[in-house]
Ligand binder design. Structure first.
Ligand code: BGC
Length: 777
């Protein structure tokens, strides 16, 4: 079904992948993994013609709406502009009928273009070649370009195309929009307005067509249709055998959330500007617009210049796939928005941001595009308001970040009810929004990681200190004193391993909270000493002197779970006493979550089984606090009990396996991480791609095989390429210098334009250089 080599376009080897057969029962796969976008909007790659089982999605980042008081806010599914019904001699074209040959649907990631082509034979035996192309512009964030070419191969045909804007869509049945005005200008430009019901975000959607026959412009008198939540144009054309009819559709999306309308907004003005823009786009046409888009992507790939020379072409393809989707999903244009756990490629997780961003995706940006990393952290800075509200509502101080976040001020938006409980038949309650609290220290950690790697003092002064200090205040108020054991604990939480709910002293949560408070103490002292004016302001705002005394008093008495006599750190107070069962069947599962076919969550809570990396994640984030031996012992204990049912798991295990010199296992885990979306499992991506896992793929390569780590403010490199690889090169930003790193099995070369001396720790030895470094192993 999926082919990873492109035999018809050798120039796209390792840049594209192809669906070789249309499978109506597995449409979600390519809709997601071939989705297009530009950070402003994401367009799922549903086919032009309609099929049962397809999901049409167009999401505009940040346009969250709450459908009703019993639901949480989510990204609304905007009107569809891609749908098109084509009739050949009156017969509706569909791959479900007739015969199809030479089918190929490809995502060309180099140019971010979706193509689909095939020869379709209708009931009357007429063969027609179809070729579709589509892009979501990176040159103009509001623009979508589409093209369809139709060539009858052996007989003349009469073609009719019905194409428009369809707002009869929703999010799994929820309708987020009030219907607005619809109008067709000059029998050409369709304009549809829709407004979200609660957040009152206006969407202005435009679409317009142009045609040619064998390259000659064609003017076609349309039939116009306006219905409820829908409008369309109908065009007819007679095409002779061998002639090529081309239909171009240019569409655009503007919303009142767009940054340029943040302060001065007038719907009438936005409509006029957008209408003028689509008119210009129509004049320019697909090819010229695509060229601008292609150049914008060429700049992206110049910036993120990765190379892997491997025995397997798939490896570089997988890294490019990860980077492609990271760019497509990231709102690099607007710091009021985060990254959804499924990017903008599906309804899954409602467009909400989780710790996935800070822990799995942010490192990619810290080291490859620090300006974007800063914007993502600024989004969390704006989220302080919601985080403070959440803390207050729960009886705590400071800032308690929401487990799931949407618009910065929304606060907690985790839904409360989830999948079926196979024992009770009720919906399982999702506790994460209440008690999965490690997100707060994950964000503080990310701020620290960012500033250590970039040295961005300005960000710290404006946002970073406040975030770290206020999150530390939350933790101090969250700690519970255990009189009997004379220690502070954190009880009743969910750690990263979501198969263990309501646990006490999850090691990850406790250590990370401790880290957060420790950091706050250091920054408090630093600010007091070196930036008295900023200190005075923050002290006044956050009552820091009192908070500092509290941190000092509590930190040393905080319980940090220690290894037992076997060297195993308990994941929480009861994990090691839980039942052991034979997990062989689940470890060998083809799809995730099969445990829940046999047990409900209550029962899973009683078993020593983990959904995902938990303590392993702690070892990775705070790696120099634990000895290599301790980490390895724990890896051996927890890995067999970890089902990797979350896509966030493989990459962490890969990096640790690499640290333990198990290069073969590390490579296998890298492949598994890479195959979550790009692999051949036809349903793994139905609800959207897995953004954290894609960040994780980059981390496997750079933090894993290249051994990049930031430790105690220094950059470490400890390269260990897999046997399968010959060479790895990638860009890396360190304290505002851009380095080009080039690794082979026996050498490391680094070059940089920065003229200052740089000191890096290479395989444990401090090594200084200016401009160039070449080391042979
Ligand atoms: C994982 C979380 C993750 C979330 C969103 C869950 O299945 O357990 O760690 O944050 O998905 O990706």
């Amino acid at each position: 079904m999926l082919a990873y080599d492109n035999t018809s376009r050798p120039d796209l080897t390792q840049w594209s992948f192809t669906e070789t057969e249309f499978n109506p029962l597995a449409q979600g796969k390519c809709e997601s993994i071939m989705s297009l976008g530009n950070g402003y909007m994401g367009l799922r790659s549903a086919t032009e013609e309609a099929y049962i089982g397809q999901t049409r999605n167009l999401f505009v980042n940040g346009t969250f709406n709450r459908f009703d008081e019993f639901e949480v806010t989510e990204l609304p599914n905007a009107a569809d502009v891609t749908g098109m019904d084509i009739y050949i001699d009156g017969e509706r074209f569909s791959l479900d009928t007739g015969k199809t040959a030479e089918y190929a649907r490809s995502l060309n990631m180099r140019d971010a273009e979706l193509t689909r082509s095939f020869v379709w034979e209708n009931r009357a035996g007429k063969r027609v070649r179809f070729a579709f192309r589509r892009f979501v512009s990176l040159g103009n964030l509001h623009l979508i370009g589409m093209k369809a070419e139709v060539t009858p191969l052996d007989a003349d045909i009469s073609l009719r195309a019905v194409s428009g804007i369809d707002a009869q869509l929703g999010n799994s049945g929820s309708q987020h929009f009030h219907e607005g005005e619809k109008r067709i200008f000059d029998k050409t430009v369709m304009q549809l307005i829709q407004t979200t019901t609660e957040s009152k975000v206006d969407f202005v959607i435009h679409a317009a067509h142009r045609f040619s026959l064998d390259g000659q412009p064609l003017s076609i008198e349309p039939k116009m249709e306006i219905e409820r939540r829908k409008m369309a144009m109908q065009y007819g054309c007679d095409i002779k055998a061998g002639q090529t009819f081309e239909l171009q559709k240019l569409a655009s999306v503007h919303t009142s959330r767009d940054a340029e309308h943040a302060t001065d907004y007038d719907l009438a003005v936005m409509r006029e500007q957008a209408r003028e823009e689509i008119r210009l786009a129509l004049d320019a046409g697909y090819d010229a617009l695509f060229e601008r888009h292609r150049q914008a992507w060429a700049e992206v790939w110049d910036k993120y210049l990765f190379r892997i020379e491997s025995k397997h072409d798939f490896d570089l393809l997988a890294l490019r796939f990860a980077v492609y989707h990271l760019v497509v999903m990231t709102p690099a244009h607007d710091n009021r928005m985060g990254i959804g756990a499924k990017g903008l490629s599906g309804e899954g997780y409602k467009g909400h941001s989780f710790w996935d961003t800070e822990i799995f995706i942010l490192p990619f940006y810290i080291y490859s595009g620090p300006d974007v990393a800063r914007r993502l952290l600024e989004y969390r800075y704006q989220g302080l308001e919601g985080a403070r509200r959440k803390a207050k509502e729960n009886g705590y101080e400071g800032a308690m970040y929401p487990w799931e976040a949407a618009w910065p001020t929304d606060g907690e938006v985790t839904p409360v009810w989830g999948a079926v409980d196979i024992v009770t038949g009720k919906q399982t309650k999702i506790w994460s929004g209440f008690i999965e609290q490690h997100i707060t220290s994950d964000i503080a950690y990310a701020v620290w990681h960012y500033v250590q790697a970039t040295g961005d003092r300005d960000f710290m002064d404006r946002c970073g200190y406040e975030m770290i200090l206020d999150t530390a205040k939350f933790w101090a108020s969250r700690l519970e004193w255990n009189e009997a054991l004379a220690r502070y604990e954190i009880n009743e939480v969910i750690g990263p391993d979501e198969y263990k709910e309501h646990v006490d002293n999850n090691a990850f949560t406790n250590y990370m909270a401790h880290f957060n408070m420790e950091l706050a103490i250091q920054y408090y002292e630093l600010l007091r000493r070196e930036q008295p004016e900023l200190f005075r302001r923050l002290n006044e705002q956050l009552d820091l002197e009192r908070a500092y005394a509290d941190w000092k008093q509590k930190l040393g008495r905080m319980y940090l779970p220690q290894p037992n006599e076997d060297g195993v750190i308990p994941q929480d107070d009861t994990y090691l006493q839980k039942q052991l069962i034979d997990l062989t069947k689940y470890k060998a599962q083809q799809k995730v979550g099969t445990l829940f076919e046999d047990y409900n969550l209550d029962q899973v809570n009683g078993i020593q089984v983990s959904k995902q990396a938990d303590i392993m994640m702690l070892f990775y984030l705070l790696e120099n606090r634990f000895s290599a031996h301790l980490k390895h012992t724990n890896y051996n204990y927890y890995e067999p009990k970890t089902l990797h049912d979350s896509s966030l798991s493989y990459s962490t295990h890969c990096i640790l396996a690499n640290d333990f010199d198990d290069s073969q296992l590390a490579y296998e885990l890298f492949r598994k991480a890479a195959e979550i979306d790009l692999g051949t499992h036809m349903h793994s991506s139905d609800a959207g791609i897995h953004s954290a896992s894609l960040g994780g793929v980059w981390q496997c390569v750079v933090m894993g095989f290249a051994g990049i780590r930031m430790l105690d403010g220094a950059l470490h490199l400890n390269p260990k390429l897999p046997q399968e690889w010959e060479r790895l090169t990638f860009p890396l930003y360190w304290k505002s210098a851009r380095l080009e790193v080039d690794i082979t099995h026996d050498a490391l070369r680094i070059s940089t334009d920065a003229n200052e001396e740089l000191t890096l720790i290479i395989r444990g030895t401090a090594t200084s250089f200016v401009n160039q470094l070449e080391l042979h192993f």
